[in-house]
Design a binder for this molecule. Sequence first.
Ligand SMILES: Nc1nc2c(ncn2[C@@H]2O[C@H](COP(=O)(O)OP(=O)(O)OP(=O)(O)O)[C@@H](O)[C@H]2O)c(=O)[nH]1
Ligand SMILES: [Mg+2]
Length: 347
Amino acid sequence: MGNKKNRSLQAKLKRNREIEQEIMDDEAEMDKEIKILVLGTGDSGKTTFLKQVQILFKDGFTENDQRVYRNVIRGNLISDIKTLIQACNDLQLEISSKNEEIADELLDLKDIKNGKIEPYIYDMITDIWKEQVLKTAFKRRSEFQIPDSSHFYFEKIDEIRKDDYVPNERDILNCRIPTSGVKVLSYEVNGYLWKIVDVGGQRSERRKWIHQFDDVSLIIYVTAISEYDQKLYEQDTVNRLHESLALFEKTVNNNYFKKKNCVLLFNKFDLFQKKIKKIDLKVCFRKYKGGCNEENALNFITKKFIRSAKKGKKRVYHHYTVGTKTKDIENVFGIVNKALKKEFSKL
Ligand SMILES: Nc1nc2c(ncn2[C@@H]2O[C@H](COP(=O)(O)OP(=O)(O)OP(=O)(O)O)[C@@H](O)[C@H]2O)c(=O)[nH]1
Ligand SMILES: [Mg+2]
């Protein structure tokens, strides 16, 4: 009788210990940190990805963010119009005589950072943007450097110039500020602490990457596939997609990430779809023979990237994205969870 009681007590104690251990394991798992490093060349869409994370997993943009972006958007209006006027001059696209003076005056303007632009300057930008040659220059933008989204802001200048203008999500997602240094976004989801690390992708920024290589759970590599006919901002003799492919190969095969999975985002898919109808991928890859066909071009680029990852324990998941579409990035997290599932069982 006594033995039976004793056995039952032992079993209870054993079960209690098991439960305690399960709770401890759970807590240890909860404390686990998921560090995702977002890499890629400049202008590929890394920071846009982080902005989407802020919308999806944090509370979106603060009033301070909105103020900062408003000032940048206004400042970009000036620097981008100057770039377009200069491009017209360089490409010998003649601005009509009635706007010549305006063009010269705008070219002489200093860049602004505080978001304060005189009304007559907004008027000048509005007038000159009506010039057909500026639009022609914008269409030829692969021959010089200007953000793809600049026309979006010229089109809504009447709203941007208002005293009470507050940029909406779309305005902020399209706004270009090249990253310098490292930015980390942290949040808790599914019982894990997520740390998403954004770095600058331009050549001078890449030497800072190595300081972020420890304890990485996953790499997200962003490449802008629409850039196949564009040259680097840093060196105007180098094709942007060639640079991105070479950097991907170097990154994904780096010893640090040998055993880490990678999610490869073929970004700027919207711009790619428009471009491939007119510009053959041959301008970038001489061996490509698929013509101006979206599927052929996409298959060719996808294979080039996937094949450059050496076979090993890691896996490269790929996905086509429009970085400015929140739904697209939400879908990426389905893949991210899959890629991390082995290590983080709660996902
Ligand atoms: N049309 C379009 N624009 C995009 C897409 N993804 C990003 N952009 C825009 O591309 C520009 C550059 O994006 P960023 O996220 O700043 O690029 P980045 O990789 O962080 O660049 P660096 O900080 O210089 O390394 C911004 O104006 C974005 O709005 C996309 O899929 N489609
Ligand atoms: Mg950036």
